[in-house]
Design a protein around this ligand. Sequence first.
Ligand SMILES: [Zn+2]
Length: 113
Amino acid sequence: MGALPVFRWRLAPDGYATRRQLRARGLRPGGQDVAAQLERPRRRRGPLVAYLYRLDLAQPVRPMTPAKWAALAKANAARRTCPQCRSDAGYVIPTSLGTCVPCAFPSTSPRSA
Ligand SMILES: [Zn+2]
């Protein structure tokens, strides 16, 4: 078990960042192990510890891929499609109705007069 390098609070070397700092840069640890830790001594209690990750191993927060966008669009289209008349209602079908409004209230639809 190799001991992690420990740095004093605010004396972290360049190239390391906490998870929060990575996040602020649009990065994530990316599966790497904790590379170092910061300790801030506190009176009477154990030190406050922050874990550091290496910036050079960090990866961008997973971007949306075209396939993901397509899946999302498909899911949204499905939510807009009325199961009764099979048309795109142009809005998400209210789960309380289960169908588009003209199907749910045929008598109020101008087309069914
Ligand atoms: Zn309908």
